[in-house]
Design a protein. Structure first.
Length: 203
């Protein structure tokens, strides 16, 4: 198998970036980019730590990533499984990235920046829903921001309901856990209880 082993070989293969791919990248949140952030209900959060990389899904009501100013965004850390892989990475290495998805739109939005965790009581309270505040807020200083062209979404037909996967064709979380733990965890009971458990602990 032939491998590319240096950037010179890579650039020779791909050539120079098209002009628009460079013009769209800026170091601050423009009004257009702000509108995309505020419309997005889902973000992929990428972080890096001594053990390696992590990419975590983050979802909430549209606008849950708050634009504080043209150089800063804030995202509440809602309830989850308490693994805190992403948060552990941020504490040790602030460099991170965000990929915003916008249902129905082919374009995505990317932010590369540096983050820290805030536990300021007033800030936490400002993100509370139904009286439940996050335990921390991820505050990101934007280094670069730009939209990503729609080819990947178009190829994947991501928003085409005719292409949606029937959950019955996939293993359930309960089945996966049961298989991995010799039936000590998971199973049908886990799958039956999970929807109600999740609904009661969204925030």
């Amino acid at each position: 198998m032939s491998r590319i082993t240096n950037t010179e070989e890579l650039e020779a293969l791909y050539g120079t970036p098209v002009e628009t791919s460079l013009a769209k990248e800026v170091s601050h949140i423009t009004p257009h980019y702000r509108k995309m952030i505020e419309a997005s209900p889902f973000v992929a959060l990428a972080t890096a730590g001594p053990e390696g990389l992590d990419c975590s899904p983050r979802g909430d009501m549209a606008g849950f990533v708050r634009v504080h100013d043209e150089h800063t965004v804030m995202m509440p850390d809602r309830k989850g499984n308490n693994r805190v892989d992403s948060l552990r990475n941020i504490v040790r290495n602030p460099h991170m990235a965000l990929l915003f998805l916008l249902p129905g739109s082919g374009n995505t939005l990317r932010i590369n920046g540096r983050a820290h965790l805030s536990v300021d009581s007033d800030l936490l309270a400002s993100f509370a829903i139904d009286g439940s505040a996050p335990r921390s807020v991820i505050v990101t200083e934007v280094d670069t921001i730009y939209f990503q062209c729609a080819r990947a979404i178009v190829r994947a037909e991501l928003w085409n309901p005719d292409k949606h996967i029937d959950p019955k064709d996939l293993p359930t979380p309960g089945q996966i856990l049961a298989d991995l733990t010799d039936n000590k965890l998971g199973g049908e009971d886990y799958d039956m209880k999970w929807p109600a458990k999740a609904k009661a602990s969204l925030w």
